[in-house]
Design a protein around this ligand. Structure first.
Ligand code: SF4
Ligand code: SF4
Length: 201
């Protein structure tokens, strides 16, 4: 927040300590009185449908196929995308009617978040369910949808459609289970595809 001290254009700005203190206190109290955004103020269970939907950053990672090892139940991400995923925009091309063509597409709800282990570590649903804040690149924080791709979180440009992939095992990759902004390999906790409709194995 910047305070306007009425400095004439082109003149140097000298701030008297008392003036600065008053301006600081004014800004401080304004910030303190400002209501926190819904993703901080509300529990996931209390959010409206629109608020819940807006948590999705559109990364497309949960629309990628996952494989579950039959022996040890370990989860493996692949770069093979659901047939309905637009590989460039990472949007579901038939979101409202997707279940007709992809019956196992999972619609995420707050109650199921504790039982699934396949959401990527960057996913807002997983972050908030774990008590973590939304990252700076999240569109709700940055105010820009492009910040998802800029942060290296979007699946755009690095997947193949299931219409073309033959053996999914050949496309096992780690990046959907990693957070590129911290360089950590936070493995996903589960198994399936994307929310609010977009998760299935
Ligand atoms: S539900 Fe999560 S993982 Fe899936 S597209 Fe939205 S933010 Fe990405
Ligand atoms: S939302 Fe579901 S149906 Fe749509 S692309 Fe993602 S996984 Fe496929």
């Amino acid at each position: 927040m910047q305070a306007d001290f009425g400095a004439p254009t082109g003149q140097s700005l000298l701030i008297k300590p008392k003036l600065f203190l008053l301006a600081f206190e004014k800004g401080y109290h304004t910030a303190m009185n400002k209501a926190p955004p819904f993703w901080i103020a509300k529990k996931l269970q209390d959010m409206t449908p629109d608020e819940w939907e807006s948590l999705c950053d559109g990364c497309g990672r949960c629309c990628l196929h996952k494989l579950r090892d039959e022996d040890d139940e370990s989860l493996h991400f692949t770069s093979v995308a659901c047939r309905l995923l637009d590989l460039k925009t990472c949007q579901c091309t038939e979101y409202k009617t997707r279940r007709r063509k992809v019956p196992d597409c999972v619609t995420l709800t707050p109650d199921m978040l504790g039982d699934i282990d396949w959401l990527p570590p960057t996913c807002a649903y997983r972050l908030l369910a774990d008590g973590s804040p939304l990252p700076q690149w999240h569109p709700l924080v940055s105010g820009r949808a492009e910040s998802v791709a800029e942060a290296g979180v979007s699946a755009s440009g690095r997947c193949i459609s299931e219409r073309e992939a033959v053996e999914f095992e050949r496309y096992i990759v780690k990046w959907p289970g990693e957070d590129p902004t911290v360089g950590a390999q936070n493995g996903a906790r589960g198994n399936q595809r994307n929310p609010n409709g977009r998760n299935r194995l």
